[in-house]
Design a protein around this ligand. Sequence first.
Ligand code: UDP
Length: 234
Amino acid sequence: MQEKLYEGKAKKIFATDDPDVVLQQFKDDATAFDGTKKSSITSKGTSNARISARLFRLLEENGVATHFLEQPSEDSLLTRKLDMFAVEVVVRNYAAGSIVKRLGFEEGQKFKQPMVEYFLKDDSLHDPLITCAHIEELGLVSKDELEQLKSLALKVNEVLGAFFAERGITLVDFKLEFGRDREGNIVLGDEISPDTCRFWDAETGKKLDKDRFRFDLGEVEEAYQEILGRVESD
Ligand code: UDP
């Protein structure tokens, strides 16, 4: 086994023989509410690895550079090593989650246009919402790079939104993380899964994502399996 470089809440990252490539192993561990709620979701690791692999492939086919290289096992991905930005980029199509609490929107309300928000990746500060001015002052990414992140996030929204709509799923919102590769190119990293997106069944409105775990809605494992099945269907 190669050296473990990092262990996060949902993934372990291992070195490989190639210094520009890492192995991301997806765990069944689940956390919510700033890590205060902890449990495990059976087979989440494999579901999220397979879902991410499929969605990264889809994005690459549509001209979005991602860190994905290949899926060597059910619960892992080989990815390009990136120097990650300390910014989470959230895109919202419908109101749900923190924006409902923060600004009083009604859950399920469709926004006039997709909304992009930025959060600081800093557990000790509880990942606060930040503005472009904060990002500039903190020197997290340059002004030009921030514009690129925003347009990439909106492109990802278009591609994923259409893909999920064809499969009877509404893409409510999602979080992306980007980094720079060795040449300085901006590349999409992390994962795209029911842990990082909100998916609602387009017909019934049933939540098919981590909200089932966050709010003890039951059928948690089934929701991840349902998304996997729809994502892997033609
Ligand atoms: N999200 C995430 N990681 C985080 C925070 C949010 O993947 O640390 C995702 C979340 O699953 C949702 C979107 O980003 O799809 C927007 O999350 P929100 O700001 O509503 O926060 P939450 O409700 O998760 O507290």
